[in-house]
Design a protein around this ligand. Structure first.
Ligand code: MOS
Length: 729
């Protein structure tokens, strides 16, 4: 199937709004502090009360009793909600955590009560007066210890197959002349987004409105309905601006449920924000992994066997971290084996975090490729080029819709100056600094989901877009505005974009790197319909009409666009589904990351000196927002390589460094200039706007490129992330 540009719409190479490096249209609201985040919607609720979520003080066991006497008598207290008072709550989809637990406790800081008071301080003070006694039971907190008894999980609803086999991996690996068998570990990580999970909940009779920080409005409404047992029609969910998500705000978490229950109990609107220490242990995180990789090759560098096993842990019923996903697609090799194993761990729930599976898997695979290249005495870029494949290596005959991994690696090598890399590690020195270069490939799926939008045209010629798509800081507002402007032949300042409200047509939200491709498809579809409505209203044939400069040109006449709405505003809604071709083609995005580091030869301190990323992610709707996505992702990749780690207390069973002082992420001073090259491409199988996601691709492989550069600098191979200085001295 090929997408044809409808008559009258500028062909892609002639478009004037899409593809331009456009500033974010909501930027001024954010930089002036006037964009309202969930917790700040004071205008919509009068006299709100404040809810304080109390987290369990044990990791596993039972609540024996909750003595509320002192807390109830504390100043300003309006209500105390517990699982016992709230009645049964059902779990939502994709998540297993009970968002208000009791009497059974599944993990440390699982929500066990919400204290509601007139002020935040009163709620917090009263919360400390709750006397909760527990019976502790033994929990499992150590992935390495649980690993050997971890089974292969059942296939999840949307997850990849937990195990794949092609050819005879065992035989081919055993007989391979050159082979590698190594184990790599990645730690638990937290999203560390700026804005905490926060919700204001208001009941009007049996109707519930929540202003919340949530990436997927549709999942949110579905899960609030399920958890609280109320009809979806009675829920309105609003998320206008989001201060970062990364998958940690995919759907409902304890703040929404706490605020909703608290508002019902208090008979008032209630505001709940999770304090930072609660976020790490109460909400979801990226789970730790142990990964064994085996690669066998012939002396000329042809991979003959590739095997990837991954162990992760989760609460009972939780999902595995699917770290084998990229290995299944990235390199050729006739004999293949991948397997996920899942242990039960009584830590907070593991769930999606930016490039879930791919990010962790490529942290291991791309070090293994570097190690293998060294064994083969091959250049790491050349070794990757040699094993490129143009079809799905697990499903021969299934082609990639487009795949420019080779071009990404070659372009990057040239730009970066890869030819200056010294093969022998530890040989380049500048004063006390050892200098090294590293490379890694990148791959990430390019899903497109059904997405709907409504567009309105006013007599003033203003086009208003409404969809429940969200903007988590990615630029959704802007690319949606650009799409509508291009389609209707108006400048961007004639478009109003309104997002993040469940009363708007349904989008798949921000996640899985599908937001840009999906949401703009729905807007495109609605605009095609609006163009027809405009032509009808003006009495011209749509085939003859040209929409340009705010005018509709037909024959030798020109009508101001707004004239079509003179009698009444034109309003149309449409949706587009474009996700089915992925069965026929592997639709993916590709990239290459090149990194130069300096490692201090006395202290082991690692400084990233240069970063170059080449991304092949379809058509670029807005080079500025696309680049911002990639540099943010590269920064997160540096965090994963060098800093980020939730440290598990294996006795008590919780993440110790549960704040932004103890959980380190890169700051400006840690990041050098980042160069991003976008290899633009029109994938004929993709959605009308021809975009693919880029926000997750940008971090896949980065950590391994850093690790490989550290090895090249020092000769020390660290297989255990993060690469902190103690591992280098
Ligand atoms: Mo993402 S990890 O689906 O925000």
């Amino acid at each position: 199937m090929k997408f044809e540009t409808p008559a009258g719409i500028n062909p892609i190479d002639k478009q004037t709004v899409i593809g331009k490096p456009t500033d974010r249209i909501e930027g001024p609201l954010k930089t002036t502090g006037t964009a309202k985040y969930a917790y700040e919607h004071n205008d919509v609720v009068s006299n709100p009360a404040y809810g304080y979520v109390v987290g369990a003080a044990i990791a596993k066991g039972r609540i024996k009793s909750i003595d509320q006497t002192k807390a109830k008598a504390a100043p300003g207290v309006l209500a105390i909600v517990t699982a016992a008072s709230a009645g049964p709550l059902k779990p939502g989809q994709f998540y297993v955590d009970k968002l208000l637990a009791g009497p059974d406790i599944d993990h440390y800081h699982q929500a066990v009560a919400v204290v509601v008071a007139e002020t935040f301080e009163q709620a917090r003070a009263a919360a400390s007066l709750l006397k909760i006694s527990y019976t502790k039971t033994k929990g499992a907190f150590d992935l390495a210890a649980a690993k050997d008894s971890a089974p292969v999980p059942k296939q999840g609803q949307f997850g990849p197959p937990p195990q794949t086999n092609v050819g005879d991996f065992g035989g081919a690996f055993a007989s391979a002349p050159v082979k590698l068998d190594e184990t790599y570990t990645t730690p638990d990580q937290t999203h560390a987004m700026m804005e905490p999970h926060a919700t204001i909940a208001r009941w009007d009779g049996d109707k519930l409105t929540c202003w919340s920080s949530i990436q997927q409005i549709n999942w949110g409404v579905r899960d609030i309905a399920t958890v609280l047992g109320i009809p979806k029609e009675n829920i309105r969910l609003i998320s206008t601006f989001i201060g970062g998500g990364f998958g940690g705000k995919g759907t409902v978490l304890s703040d929404i449920i706490a605020a909703s229950l608290a508002a019902r109990a208090a008979g008032r609107p209630v505001k709940v924000a999770l304090p930072r220490p609660l976020i790490m242990n109460n909400t979801t995180h990226r789970p730790a992994t142990i990964q064994r990789i085996r690669i066998g090759a012939t002396p000329d560098g042809t991979i003959t066997a590739i095997g990837h096993e991954n162990w992760s842990g989760n609460l009972p019923g939780g999902r595995p971290e699917s770290s084998t996903a990229s290995t299944r697609l990235l390199y050729a090799g006739a004999n293949r084996f991948t397997q996920l194993r899942l242990a039960v761990l009584d830590l907070a729930e593991g769930n999606a975090m930016r490039a879930p599976g791919e990010a962790t898997g490529m942290m291991a695979l791309e070090i293994a490729m570097d190690e293998m290249a060294e064994k083969l005495k091959m250049d790491p870029v050349a070794f990757r080029l040699k094993n490129d494949t143009q079809e799905d290596p697990e499903k021969p005959g299934r082609k990639f819709s487009t795949r420019k991994l080779v071009e990404c690696l070659q372009t990057g090598a040239t730009k970066f100056g890869w030819s200056k890399r010294q093969t022998q590690p530890g040989t380049v020195r500048e004063g006390q600094w050892l200098i090294g270069m590293g490379v890694a490939s990148a791959i990430r799926g390019a899903p497109v989901m059904k997405s709907a939008a409504r567009v309105r045209l006013s007599r003033e010629g203003i086009v208003t877009v409404e969809t429940d798509m969200t903007d988590i800081g990615t630029g959704s507002y802007t690319i949606i505005g650009q799409t509508a402007a291009e389609m209707m032949g108006v400048s961007l300042d004639k478009v109003v974009v309104t997002l993040g409200d469940s009363t708007f047509p349904e989008s798949p939200g921000s996640g899985g790197q599908w937001g840009a491709a999906s949401a703009t498809s729905g807007v495109y579809a609605a605009c095609v319909k609006l163009r027809e409505a405009v032509a009808n209203s003006l009495g011209v044939h749509i085939e003859d009409a040209e929409f340009v400069g705010g005018q509709v040109l037909a024959g030798n006449r020109s009508h101001p666009l707004g004239d079509a709405a003179k009698a009444a505003e034109l309003v149309v809604t449409d949706e587009m589904t474009y996700g089915t071709l992925s069965r026929e083609y592997a639709q993916d995005t590709f990239g290459a990351h090149f990194v130069e580091v300096g490692v201090n030869s006395y202290t082991g301190e690692v400084r990233v000196r240069r970063m170059v990323a080449i991304c092949h992610a379809g058509r670029v709707l807005n080079p500025k927002t696309a680049r911002s996505q990639v540099i943010g992702a590269m920064t997160m990749g540096v965090g994963a390589a060098l800093m980020e780690e939730l440290v598990v207390d294996k006795h008590v069973g919780f993440f110790v460094n549960h704040d932004l002082a103890g959980y380190e992420v890169p700051v400006h001073a840690d990041i050098p200039h980042q160069e991003v090259i976008l290899l633009e491409d029109i994938d004929p199988t993709m959605s009308p706007m021809k975009a693919k996601g880029i926000g997750e691709l940008g971090m896949v492989g980065v950590a391994a490129a850093v690790a490989n550069a550290v090895y090249n600098a020092t000769g020390i191979r660290v297989r255990d992330y993060p690469i902190t200085l103690d591992k280098l001295i």
